[in-house]
Design a protein around this ligand. Structure first.
Ligand code: WTA
Length: 648
């Protein structure tokens, strides 16, 4: 374990729940016991938060493990649960979203508005021939139509696959092809960093190799010029606006696919994580209500993430809407037009709960505490963190300068695969420790195990596993059951392998220590080392590439690439490095651009030819080298070091 980590685990600051919050908390300490007495019965009680057209006859079918079925025989409609039932209960005038565009334009969308818009969009998709079970790809900025499109799909039982708008045409193409989507919903663009940023050109480029896509529905957001393919491309406003705002939802099997979300794995090919309806909605609804202590009448909830990631799916869309809550949704970047934009929004809308990533918090720390200090943040009562380990300094800064030293900070561990929160403090129960995700939530069974799969004693580290099925778990990888079994259920027999290292402290509380596989976490975004390596070697000038995630004070990890160039390209200097960085951006997306590219003559390899990434990481982080005796040629490292210390 590194020294930094041992220091981290010596952290002894503690923050008790505020008395008032604890006294009125949705979840109390007793819930842990009630849930562990009968885990499945606990989730059945939570499933009753939803409207079921028909109740299930079996809560969990694990007979074909690791393929789970929850609430077998039950029927429900996710969109009806998120929208219509609130309107029917008399809450149609309640605001679902306070939406704020980056340029400052705003839209207020009530639950009744949402019901009409979702119904129209559902009718439009039906007109375009979308049938139950068909996949629809969504490639959008952060605008209300993104939510409407997702719910319209859910309403007619067409699983959506939302592709993050920052991904490239190539990444979009791969995802459309993998799930065989026939319809794409996009926009001309969105606003980022003070300017319109185009999306339609990437769709056009992607679709050059997706002949099966029949139609592209395009929302007009920025009024940028767009290329138009007649017969294929349709304006959203031409097709959706003229539809009836009435649509009667059909009820689907609890295990009906709700969406596919692609995420990086340890190989170059992204994995299509499949989530289904009943169990997913049950767990996102309960965790949202319990972990954020949601009071639907008074809370204003804000997840500052992109809907293109699972955090947006579960805690901008499905969780808050299932609970009938008012959310804030913001289109742009935190420093446009000024570095206080988030705090201005919190003051403007009276946000009570903020949920964001440690990377954002560390960026705000860098900008300085005087910026949030100019705004009234007293409405805040709970703060959440997600996506990567939060270092104690960032945790304490967040609590102090954003939370006024009053608000609990919930550090929530989960994954695209888990669908919903899994390990987290409870704001009215847990005495918070900066940097610790603490305990598995009620109804969840997690353990830290050693190499042989035995639970480690308190005070020791190992691998995080989930030992019992949970409602929002992924059901499989789209089109690849075997890879699902191999990736998650084979490392430790009968248990779910998360791919994260973890440690139990002396109290048995869990600290997450980052990925143990070839997956990096940059600004809370998952990237695969192999995927970036493949992108690099697809460039004609590159002979070989090795990519590592090096510690970075702001982004958590940063991409550092070591490349061997072909022949004369080696002397290309800065121009070649720029060309390669741009190439990665166009293959995967700007988020995958290496922070550094080091041109080297050789890469350190074991005798069996495997690149020793651990050593490269040491170099990238400027640490002392570990054991290099298994290297074919240990002078390689010297060469790399020499190159690294050269400027540029
Ligand atoms: C990491 C994001 C430490 C972890 C919801 C996990 C975290 C990966 C935390 C999943 C946390 C997420 N503390 N690490 N609170 N939350 N992670 O699929 O490595 O984008 O495996 O889901 O992020 O990333 P994903």
């Amino acid at each position: 374990m590194s020294e930094a980590l041992s220091n981290l685990l010596r952290e002894d600051r503690r923050f008790a729940p505020p008395a008032e919050l604890a006294a009125a908390a949705n979840v109390t300490a007793d819930t842990y016991g009630e849930a562990s007495a009968d885990r499945v019965a606990f989730w059945e009680r939570q499933a009753r938060r939803l409207h079921w057209d028909q109740e299930w006859d079996q809560a969990l079918d694990w007979s074909n493990a690791p393929f789970a079925k929850w609430f077998v025989g039950g029927r429900l409609n996710a969109a009806y649960n998120c929208v219509d039932r609130h309107v029917e209960a008399g809450n149609g005038d309640k605001v679902a979203y306070h939406w704020e565009g980056e340029p400052g334009d705003t839209r207020t969308i009530t639950y009744a508005d949402l019901q009409r818009e979702v119904s129209k969009a559902a009718n439009a998709l039906i007109e375009l021939g979308v049938q139950t079970g068909d996949r629809v790809a969504i490639y959008m900025p952060m605008i209300p139509e993104t939510v409407v499109a997702m719910l319209a799909c859910a309403r007619i039982g067409a699983p959506h696959t939302v592709v993050f708008g920052g991904f490239s045409a190539t990444a979009l193409r791969d995802r459309i092809q993998d799930c065989d989507a026939r319809i794409v919903i996009t926009s001309d663009g969105g606003y980022r960093r003070g300017a319109p940023s185009a999306l339609k050109p990437q769709v056009d480029q992607a679709l050059a190799e997706c002949p099966d896509v029949r139609n592209v529905l395009v929302v007009k957001r920025t009024s940028q010029d767009v290329e138009w393919k007649d017969g294929r491309d349709l304006w959203w406003h031409d097709v959706v606006d003229r539809q009836s705002d009435q649509h009667t939802p059909e009820f689907f099997d609890a295990e009906h696919p709700l969406y596919v979300m692609y995420t990086s794995g340890t190989t170059g090919k992204p994995k299509g994580i499949l989530h289904t309806t009943g169990g997913y909605l049950t767990q996102v609804a309960w965790t949202h209500w319990g972990v954020f202590d949601i009071k639907p009448e008074t809370d204003i909830f804000w997840t500052a993430a992109d809907i293109g990631w699972v955090t947006g799916h579960s805690y901008i869309v499905y969780g808050p809407l299932a609970n009938g809550v008012t959310s804030v949704m913001y289109e742009g970047t935190p420093d446009t037009p000024h570095q206080g934009r988030w705090w201005e929004l919190i003051a403007k809308y009276g946000v009570t709960i903020l949920y964001c990533a440690p990377t954002a918090i560390r960026t705000f720390m860098k900008w300085g505490e005087q910026i949030p200090a100019e705004f009234d943040l007293t409405s805040l009562r709970v703060l959440g963190s997600v996506g990567e380990p939060i270092n104690p300094e960032a945790y304490v800064w967040y609590r102090t300068h954003i939370g006024g030293d009053r608000t609990p900070v919930v550090d929530t561990w989960w994954q695209t695969e888990t669908g919903a929160l899994m390990i987290s403090p409870l704001p009215g129960v847990t005495e918070g420790k900066p940097g610790a995700a603490m305990k598995a939530l009620p109804g969840i069974a997690a353990e830290v195990v050693d190499d042989a799969g035995n639970p480690v004693p308190n005070g020791s580290g190992g691998y995080l596993v989930i030992t019992e099925p949970w409602p929002a778990m992924l059901r499989t990888l789209w089109g690849d059951d075997q890879r699902y079994v191999d990736t998650y259920w084979s490392r430790f027999q009968g248990r779910y392998f998360a791919g994260d290292g973890a440690k139990k402290d002396d109290d048995g509380d869990i600290w997450l220590l980052g990925r143990v596989d070839d997956v990096m976490n940059v600004s809370g975004h998952r990237l695969s080392t192999t995927e970036i390596e493949s992108a690099l070697v697809s460039h004609p000038k590159v002979a070989e590439a090795a990519v590592v995630g090096a510690n970075d004070p702001t982004t958590g990890q940063a991409v550092v690439a070591f490349v061997i160039m072909r022949g004369s390209a080696a002397s290309g200097g800065d121009a070649v490095v720029k060309e390669l960085r741009d190439h990665v951006a166009s293959e995967i997306g700007p988020i995958a651009k290496p922070r550094q590219i080091l041109v080297v003559d050789e890469l350190p390899k074991t005798r069996s030819g495997k690149i020793m990434r651990r050593l490269l990481r040491d170099v990238a982080e400027n640490r002392e080298l570990g054991d290099v005796t298994t290297l074919t040629d240990s002078s390689v490292m010297e060469l790399i070091r020499t190159n690294l210390s050269k400027p540029g």
